[in-house]
Design a protein around this ligand. Structure first.
Ligand code: SAM
Length: 195
């Protein structure tokens, strides 16, 4: 990928590292198997258990997988700083307290690897979730989206994300994307930085 041979998700993690700090509140809008949730927890939770990750997924299986990976990867004090919910990300404001000062909202769209490919993110709820994320985000924060264009419905969903980003006012948002020009079905990374 852009930085050597890294996968799209690894490139996203590099960008997160530039934006988030210990003690921040961040959101994983698509927990899946928990790899992103763990990466986020390691970035924001400090030795005094400050910092907070809200994770969500529509699938209870995904929440279980994420919970197990967190238990293996974090010490118990840090584990307490991650809150998991089996809900649709379009409802994120129901679980994230008002005035939470969210630094980053991460989306890794599509289906659960190794799971039911029928349970998949879709344009309508992804758009609602992006709108919710936009309101929760702090100035200086970022919405990070990994969008898959190789599976049915994926391109349409990516185009929804792209259209949403394209319409944000340039004086308040810096919207960019990373895509592989010589590999058109590779995942596309979209970043929405709030000024
Ligand atoms: N971030 C994960 C990881 O590191 O393992 C991978 C995420 S996977 C590509 C996408 C996930 O989105 C699936 O687990 C799926 O259940 C979930 N999902 C699908 N629709 C959703 C929705 N409306 N709200 C929240 N999660 C959803």
């Amino acid at each position: 990928y852009m930085f050597g041979q890294k996968k799209a998700t690894e490139v996203a993690h590099l960008v997160w590292k530039l934006v988030v700090q210990k003690g921040d509140t961040v959101v994983d809008a698509t927990c899946g198997n928990g790899n992103d949730t763990v990466a986020l927890a390691k970035l924001v939770v400090d030795d005094f258990a400050k910092g907070c990750v809200y994770g969500m997924d529509v699938q209870e299986d995904a929440i279980q997988n994420t919970s197990s990976l967190l238990n293996l990867s974090l010490d118990p004090n840090q584990r307490k700083c991650v809150k998991l919910y089996s809900i649709c990300h379009s409802r994120m404001v129901d679980v994230i307290p008002e005035n939470s000062s969210v630094r980053l909202v991460a989306f890794n769209l599509g289906y659960l690897p190794g799971g039911d490919k029928g349970i998949i993110t879709n344009s309508a709820t992804t758009l609602l979730a992006l709108k919710a994320a936009k309101e929760l985000l702090l100035p200086g924060g970022v919405i990070s989206v990994v969008a898959y264009v190789g599976h049915p419905g994926g391109r349409e969903e990516y185009e929804t994300v792209q259209a949403f980003a394209s319409e944000l006012p340039a004086e308040r948002w810096v919207c960019s994307q990373i895509q592989m020009l010589n590999k058109p079905l590779a995942p596309v990374l979209v970043f929405l930085f709030k000024r």
